[in-house]
Design a protein around this ligand. Structure first.
Ligand code: NIG
Ligand code: FE
Length: 425
């Protein structure tokens, strides 16, 4: 008999997203959720030890003394959501820009007039580590209550060596203190800071010769990201920065073709980046090359919605081309102020015509691949971490379909119930 200290039984749908393929899911695989009806799951010391139909539970699994038993009749259980693209650490807020955009100003016009990323840079440089941690913790609590258990978090509102180090240390400490798992990305090339406006090349040089070697030596970041965009960092500059980051031991991700077609998708393929993100303006060649190189597309429909760009990434074409798709919030104070993965999943369906099953794959196993955590999280399989979400809904479609409300009733992280009856414990 298998011994378990956590048992979940009777789920109307247990969405396992199981079936290791040694790579993220693409094409029609994105619609395969491995659903067990009347499903059950058992875990011990934070690890999944058994998954199957509830009628086989008692003959396979023995509850240890003090085991927790969650009855999931009429509910849907799925893997904890993974948010693979956030700008979690920042001080201040930019609701003034939200109002300006409603009045017709564009994101880039506002940035050029002294708002934008550099406004958040000023606030973040002034904030101490404790302040940044307190602010991020509030966002992480919101994420957890909405079903997210693993989060990628970027630096990029410091833009000096000291301030970038401060941000990455905050992310490291937040992850160590738990309960959420955070994956760290260095994004010194998020914007050219205002003090370098007359000499952006000197800033690129600072990123390459000072910041990246320091982050590499301290092991502070697993990934390096660059905002490759007209008026921000060119393809050539981005490529130099990313090559240096790879040399320093980091894996690569790219804000690519978000507002204009810069050939960012093709660059991601050329550099064998793990992900290319946004991709609203990615061209067909770039998408094809991403498929060949195995680059994951991280799509961020919340940003297109919040900036009212009247355009979304071509998810259907991207999936048809064989590129694995993941979804993320892009949580940040300027272009997407939300911690909610379920909202993003709803937008993915309504605005990019992804099916609910595809949106779930993109927010679980493919998102886990997008941050390199696929061996630990992203599916409900024996040996993986017991990170899971229980919805007050009879099937998985409700997570995308019933929008603007929180259906998350319970969240288990590492085998521990952190949210129960919709309340943080
Ligand atoms: O992903 N594109 C660049 N970075 C963010 C926006 C950050 C900000 O406006 O503060 C994004 O959209
Ligand atoms: Fe972003």
């Amino acid at each position: 008999m298998i011994q378990a200290d956590l048992i979940i039984s009777g789920a109307s749908e247990l969405v396992t997203v199981a079936g290791e393929r040694g790579r993220p899911r693409r094409g029609q695989e994105m619609g395969e959720l491995g659903i067990i009806r009347q499903g059950a799951l058992a875990a011990r010391r934070g690890q999944i030890v058994w998954v199957g139909p509830t009628e086989e539970l008692t003959s396979a699994v023995q509850a240890m003394a003090f085991a927790k038993h969650i009855k999931a009749e009429g509910k849907t259980v799925l893997p904890g959501l993974v948010d693979p693209h956030t700008h979690l650490i920042f001080a201040g807020s930019r609701e003034n820009e939200f109002a300006l955009r409603i009045q017709g100003k564009s994101y880039m016009e506002i940035a050029a007039a002294g708002g934008g990323i550099n406004a958040t840079v000023n606030a973040t440089r002034q904030a101490g580590k404790d302040e940044l941690k307190r602010l991020a913790q509030r966002s992480l609590d919101r994420m957890l209550s909405l079903g997210t258990t693993t989060v990628e978090a970027k630096s990029g509102y410091g833009l000096t060596l000291a301030a970038e180090l401060k941000m990455l240390e905050v992310i490291r400490e937040l992850s160590a203190e738990g309960p959420l798992t955070l994956v760290r990305t260095f994004m010194g090339a998020h914007a050219v800071p205002s003090e370098y406006r007359e000499n952006p090349e000197a800033y690129v040089d600072l990123v390459i010769t000072r910041m990246i070697p320091e982050m590499g030596a301290r092991g502070l970041a697993r990934f390096c990201d660059v905002f490759c965009e007209q008026g921000v960092f060119s393809v050539e500059q981005s490529e130099h920065i990313l090559q240096a980051a790879r040399h320093a031991g980091m894996e690569l991700r790219i804000h690519a073709d978000e507002l204009t077609d810069q050939g960012g998708a093709a660059m991601a393929a050329r550099l064998r980046a793990r992900t290319a993100d946004h991709l609203l303006f990615a061209n067909d060649d770039g998408i094809r090359q991403m498929a060949e190189a195995g680059v994951i597309a991280v799509l961020l429909p919340g940003t297109a919605y919040f900036l009212n760009l009247q355009r979304y990434a071509r998810a259907r074409d991207i999936i048809a081309a064989g590129v694995p798709v993941a979804l993320a919030t892009d949580f940040n104070p300027g272009s997407c102020m939300t911690e909610s993965m379920p909202l993003i999943m709803n937008l993915a369906c309504t605005q990019m015509r992804m099916l609910p099953a595809e949106a779930i794959t993109a927010s679980t196993i493919n998102a886990a691949w997008a941050v390199g955590e696929q061996d630990r999280v992203g599916s409900l399989e024996v040996g993986k971490q017991a990170d899971l979400v229980m919805l007050d809904a009879p099937n998985h479609e409700h997570l995308c379909y019933h929008f603007g409300v929180n259906l998350v009733e319970a969240v288990i992280k590492n085998g521990k119930a952190l949210v129960e009856r919709g309340q943080r414990r």
